[in-house]
Design a protein around this ligand. Structure first.
Ligand code: UD1
Ligand code: MG
Length: 403
């Protein structure tokens, strides 16, 4: 067989299977809605006039079709070796299986979260545990924990540093970050899936660019995951976009975050993956005072709906200024100095401040917005983030590395 055809045949098959996955998922979701409602897996759409009950955790449907596609695809890249029965690449095979195990595990844990409504400390623990199978395979297959030091820092360090155990801690934390960062940039229709689709497409474009390079195998492996993921998630988006007919749940956020972390780790481009998370990083940094409870954090921080004008306003948290600890006071005074919070203080020291999410920040900047407009703005920010990421990854990378 022609070499390039043999090399890319699994990809063509993957694309064909993904198209089938899209059509299957887009039809399956509405059929399963009633079952989810009967099982009481539902949530109230808080940004609508007539508080409708919407089936929740529908990410489990797209997650299952994505995983089924991947399971059916497993033998395809190894077809040649299976038929000829020579030089079977056991290391590549186990890598694929471990990646799937981590994603599968994360979906299960996400579904458990949707059903049981877990506490925040569990949300941090779950991705760490789910990433263990993959880290174990990384250890057996590569165990490369050496990083190249960026040029400006080479005067202080050597050309490369072995991070040893810390590299594994970094990879575990990457999984924790990716899963939770998507989950906390949420609360308006279509945002969870929309941002995940943009991140996935960015990874796919990056893989396509790198397919002609030395690391083409790793990028091809990443594409095997990302293409069916995009197909299944796009089907979910069709039902989750404004006005939502289904909610995706933590199942989807965790599964997505884990998929991105997994392809970043097995594809050896975890830093580039993080670059596609610029809005999530900003949202996380802005949220730090509430996530670490320096400032009170209500159960829901999504924007506040005003039925009179059918628009969203920033949601608020109220507390006594004296109840903040030193760190809380310091961080909030920095935020106030940079004018990135809406801060009102009465004579008795009671403070009313916006919940610290970039959704609320956009509403402070632009004033009250329709829900669909807010989603669009946030998705545009996500696309702008991707463009910036490519500028940093390609033209600017030469400042830091010999490329
Ligand atoms: C995270 C956020 C929380 C935010 C919530 C909304 C943090 C620390 N946690 O919590 O502030 O309120 O996500 O997703 O930042 N919902 C809507 N419209 C939507 C999407 C969700 O009204 O478009 C509501 C529904 O009632 C749904 C619920 O949010 O049932 C889902 O919340 P859940 O995913 O359980 O919240 P967390 O992920 O814990
Ligand atoms: Mg959630």
């Amino acid at each position: 067989m022609d070499r390039s055809l043999a090399q890319f045949l699994p990809l063509y098959i993957n694309v064909t299977m993904s198209i089938c996955t899209y059509f299957l998922t887009v039809r399956l979701i509405p059929r399963l809605k009633e079952r989810f409602l009967k099982a009481n897996l539902c949530g109230i759409d808080m940004n609508k006039k007539n508080f409708v009950k919407i089936p929740e955790a529908m990410g489990v449907v797209s997650g299952c079709t994505f995983l089924i596609t991947m399971f059916l695809f497993i033998p395809i890249p190894f077809g040649d070796h299976i038929f000829n029965n020579v030089n079977f690449p056991h290391n590549e095979f186990v890598e694929l299986l471990a990646a799937l195990l981590s994603i599968c595990c994360m979906m299960l844990l996400g579904f458990a979260d949707d059903v049981l409504d877990l506490q925040w400390r569990h949300k941090l623990m779950l991705p760490t545990i789910a990433s263990l199978p993959l880290l174990m395979v990384y250890y057996v297959n590569f165990n490369s924990t050496v990083i190249i030091v960026p040029k400006p820092f080479r005067a202080f360090f050597s050309l490369s540093i072995d991070l040893w155990l810390f590299y594994y801690a970094y990879m575990g934390m990457l999984a924790v970050f990716c899963t939770n960062a998507i989950n906390i940039l949420a609360g308006v229709n279509g945002l969870e899936v929309g941002q995940s689709l943009i991140i996935a497409t960015s990874i796919l474009i990056f893989n396509l660019i790198e397919l002609s390079g030395d690391m083409w195998k790793a990028h091809q492996l990443s594409m095997y995951f990302i293409i069916p993921y995009i197909a299944a998630s796009f089907a979910l988006w069709k039902h989750n976009r404004y006005p939502s007919k289904v909610f995706v749940g933590d199942t989807f956020c965790y599964l997505s975050g884990m998929t991105f972390a997994v392809v970043g780790i097995i594809g050896h481009f975890s830093k580039t993956t993080l670059l596609f998370f610029i809005p999530q990083i900003l949202n996380f940094l802005y949220s730090v005072p509430q996530l670490f409870h320096f400032v009170p954090c209500p159960r829901h921080r999504l924007p506040r709906y005003d039925p009179e004008i059918d628009k969203l306003n920033p949601s608020l948290t109220v507390f006594r200024k004296n109840d903040l600890n030193i760190l809380g006071k310091l961080i909030m005074s920095i935020f106030k100095a940079f004018k990135i919070v809406q801060w009102q203080e009465d004579s008795e020291g009671v403070v009313t401040c916006n919940n610290l999410t970039i959704l609320n920040f956009v509403l402070i900047l632009f004033g009250p917005l329709k829900e669909s407009t807010l989603t669009k703005i946030l998705l545009i920010i996500q696309i702008a983030g991707t463009m910036l990421a490519f500028v940093i990854r390609y033209p600017l990378a030469s400042i830091f590395y010999d490329v």
